[in-house]
Design a protein around this ligand. Structure first.
Ligand SMILES: Nc1nc2c(ncn2[C@@H]2O[C@H](COP(=O)(O)OP(=O)(O)OP(=O)(O)O)[C@@H](O)[C@H]2O)c(=O)[nH]1
Ligand SMILES: [Mg+2]
Length: 461
């Protein structure tokens, strides 16, 4: 990819909107602007930086196409670090495309996906973790995801990784220096192994913390799996519908209505949840039902939280009891439905309390207790200390892989030291760990990595 020419793209989603923005970056930005723009002011004397200029875009025959606002941001203080020109036009897809075409006629080319941000990275405007956070920001499904992306965008993630890397670099330099002194005698070990181990330990726990954050939060991006399970007719599909506020699942008084499973993503105050309604439990009547029940069992196995519904106006049946015990108190939430028909029996209450499972009452029909139920679901998923602190540093998958590799090298170093391996062997582990950390921030990067990172961006970013 040539990175010295001038590129342009539509920076806003295509579709009807209030405004559409065409972004141009590179040495020709200003010239293109001057060629296509006709100012509304009679005494227009060229673009002043950071000022909005009102006027018209003219096509190649001099016809005005749209009324626009144009801003010019000279490098190196712009988003990409190059001269940038932005044209705000009216937000119809035809207008925006046409204005882009008019610009492209002036000897500049269409930007590749992520190319503006790639240039920002190449020009040192941001490191790789910040560049990646731009894509994470754009695709964040909820405010919690936004918060994590913002922490990275602000450079705090890079700061943390750099701090760890610098500690290792320091150690590496010290050990290398020791080695020079001891070349004569055949000293294999380190001068102060205990001190070295302590410092390595600090880096290990720093890296380990970031990896922990990944494990705890990566499902926050995808949505946490929550299952609605229980006997036929307990009201699972009714509850799904009540939560969604629409008749998504078929509800009938016939037991065995749901035969497949249905999955919907719901946003519980910033926590995305993949809520799945399953086929109700009973002895299967046919192969389809048997298959549906089998699916349900597998889903229960992989779920973070299993909501086990039962008709609380009936005695607590054995199937439900078995299911609750099998899932276990860690993951089970017992939900007595049909509260409008009567209260939970004292026997059921005793049994549930005795088995240590959390339980609550709702009516999917009247909506009673459903808000409280959702609040409990949210709490169970992110409460208990696993809710991300504000601006917590959470790696993405690429960064996780590099951190994993760095940690493995540190383990290699530690083991080597314990086995009394010579310092030069230990050093190779340290060097490799440093390199992996440098790859996290993009201090070391290959074209292949950059391609992979930036091609996942949308065009115009
Ligand atoms: N009175 C009352 N009836 C309810 C309530 N929730 C569901 N029902 C009724 O119970 C019956 C079964 O509801 P469904 O939502 O289809 O139950 P399900 O658990 O999905 O059943 P299967 O798909 O067969 O496993 C329907 O007739 C619902 O109208 C409730 O809170 N109160
Ligand atoms: Mg159902």
């Amino acid at each position: 990819m040539d990175t010295t020419d001038t590129i342009a793209a539509v920076a806003t989603p295509l579709g009807q909107g209030g405004i559409g923005i065409i972004r141009i970056s590179g040495p020709l930005s200003r010239d293109v602007g001057l060629a296509v723009f006709s100012s509304a002011r009679s005494r227009f004397a060229g673009f002043q930086p950071y000022v909005l200029h009102h006027g018209w875009i003219l096509d190649h025959e001099g016809r005005s196409v749209d009324e626009v606002l144009v801003s010019y941001m000279p490098g190196p203080g712009s988003y990409t670090g190059e001269d940038v020109l932005e044209i705000n036009c009216h937000g119809g897809p035809a207008v925006v495309q046409y204005v882009l075409e008019i610009c492209l006629r002036r000897g500049i080319r269409m930007a590749e996906p992520g190319e503006f941000t790639l240039r920002a990275f190449l020009n040192g405007r941001m490191d790789l973790t910040q560049a990646e956070s731009v894509a994470e920001m754009v695709s964040a499904p909820t405010t919690m995801g936004l918060d994590m992306a913002a922490a990275k965008l602000a450079g705090r993630f890079r700061g943390k990784v750099e701090e760890l890397r610098e500690t290792l670099e320091g150690l590496r330099a010290e050990i290398a220096a020791d080695m020079d002194f001891s070349e004569e005698e055949e000293i294999a070990g380190l001068a102060d192994p205990q001190g070295v181990l302590e410092r390595i330990g600090r880096v290990e726990s720093g890296v380990g913390e970031l990896l922990d954050n990944f494990r705890r939060h990566h499902c926050l991006r995808e949505g946490m799996p929550v299952i609605l399970a229980g006997k036929v007719n307990a009201g699972k599909s009714s509850l799904l519908n009540a939560i969604l506020g629409r008749a998504r699942a078929i509800v009938t008084h016939e037991p065995g209505t749901t035969r497949d499973y249905l999955e919907e993503v719901v946003n519980l105050q910033g926590v995305p949840v993949r809520l799945t309604d399953t086929a109700g439990i009973r002895t299967a009547r046919d192969d389809v039902e048997q298959a549906g029940l089998q699916q349900g069992r597998e889903l229960i196995f992989g779920a973070t939280l299993v909501c086990i519904l039962f008709d609380q106006s009936l005695p607590l049946d054995e199937d439900t009891q078995e299911l609750i015990q099998e899932v276990g108190q860690e993951r089970a939430l017992a939900v007595g439905n049909k509260a409008d028909l009567g209260p939970l029996s004292p026997e059921a209450r005793d049994w549930l309390a005795h088995n240590g499972v959390e339980y609550l009452s709702i009516s999917a029909r009247t909506g009673q207790g459903v808000d409280f139920f959702l609040e409990r679901v949210r709490q169970r998923l992110v409460g208990g200390g696993s809710e991300p602190a504000e601006g917590e540093l959470v790696p993405n998958i690429r960064q996780r892989d590099k951190l994993d590799k760095a940690l493995a090298e540190l383990t290699g170093f530690r083991q080597g030291l314990e086995q009394g391996l010579p310092a030069d062997v230990l050093l190779t582990h340290l060097e490799a760990a440093c390199d992996h950390l440098a790859e996290v921030t993009g201090r070391i990067s290959t074209e292949e990595v950059l391609d992979r990172v930036f091609s996942s961006f949308c065009i115009g970013k």
